[in-house]
Design a binder for this molecule. Sequence first.
Ligand code: BYC
Length: 474
Amino acid sequence: MINYTEKIPNNVDLGRDRVLQRALEHWQPAYLSWWYDMGPNESHNFEVYLRTAISVEPDGWAQFDYIKMPEYRWGIFLQPRDEKRQVNFGIHKGQPAWQDVPGEYRSILRRIIVTQGDTEPASVEQQKMLGLSCPSLYDLRNIFQVNVEEGRHLWAMVYLLHRYFGRDGREEAESLLARRSGDTDNPRILGAFNEPTPDWLAFYMFTFFTDRDGKFQLCALAESGFDPLARTCRFMLTEEAHHMFVGESGVSRIIQRTCEVMKENKVDAPSDVRALGVIDLQTIQRYLNFHYSVTLDLYGSDVSSNAANYYTSGLKGRFRETKLEDDHTLRDAMYPVSEVVGDKINTKQVPALTALNERLRDDYIEEIQAGVDRWQRVIDEAGIPFRLTLPHKGFHREIGNFAGHFISTTGEILTEEQWRSHEFEWLPSPKDYSYVQSLMSGRVAELGKFANWIAPPVKGVNGKPLDFQYVRFN
Ligand code: BYC
């Protein structure tokens, strides 16, 4: 059970370690000040119907109630320890899982934790303004839920930094509050987290595509031989599931609404669709292309000695590592990666150990494809002859073997000039962004009402009706 009587709710017996408790209590006001500054705009007085974790058990861990976001009980929740757990891969396979940081891995482990931690506040910063243009109270409540939980994920990483990395860890924890998404001087660490999230279509795409990178990275870290990291990530994953649901269902509801309007009015040209105040499927495809390609970059280089080191040292595993049936050291295994040679994309076999980023990216793509297929069904059921597709893996990439090449959505290698002449057929143009934003000029806040460009969800939150007061503005 989680102890809520303390200043920092936790299930790690924080009260027993006074030094650590004081360090975190010192960080807490800095965190709150960051939240006031960079959290959802003009929302501090709202009462939001939010879920809060009350136990770490898979069933019934959450409690729903109205809460002002700055008073949300951010805390430290780790999945219970399994005394028999071992390091399950790499050169230390078979040793008892580490309860402390092995000295030789201190700096790379800290780096992984900092990179993970950095994404959490970044996403809150990216979404800061969206509450002002929400399509309904239901959606407003959902984005706030996502935001407070990303804040909690930052707490999760900061706990590890404070608890296991001494002074360096405390300094890193401060830097996590100092970097800013999109800042030229002090940006967030990974590319996608410096891109703007300017509208709600972008938000749903982000939570579908980029939060799912979060899922896959957390799954890989949940296999870590460093047990506190594994246990932290396992609990974070239960929260992550809701974020991906918000994204997938959000895009799906936009598609549904567009299809309804297209059918009712017997139109299909994008300009006619737009004239009816909904988002044309072509624009949705361009947003998809953007968020997919930017998120693929988050997996790092196709061939990476960093990734090999993380694995060999037992720090970061593969997706579902313990369910895979092989030697879990990858001594002789090979894995295919793509590379651009002249005007062709070739596949070559490389040592699987060095291709772990690529493998995780491939696992991710498989799950993404299934989600896109579900969106497609909405279009098919409406009887509209339009296909949503994932662009080629090499399209619009800035990290890895495809970086620096100009590859079309269908995988042709083009010159820069050729590519630029198609750029806005493939990616959202400034005009697309301004059209989408023109639909979202204000907040839809009447009970049970939804903006014209999105269908209502199938059901409300926690059994509540759609016309429930999910947010009280005070
Ligand atoms: N942008 O060997 P390489 C989430 C750097 S999302 C900028 O290719 P490695 C969430 C790299 O740092 C999940 N730089 O990469 C979602 C390295 O720099 P140095 C976040 C990049 O280390 C939504 C160089 O390029 N979690 O939770 O194998 C909302 C070459 O490195 C990028 C994690 O990512 C990039 N995209 O892999 C909220 C897990 N990619 O050494 C939250 C922790 C690479 O030359 N992170 N570089 O200075 C990792 O495991 C690894 O850092 C990465 C990169 C997989 C990201």
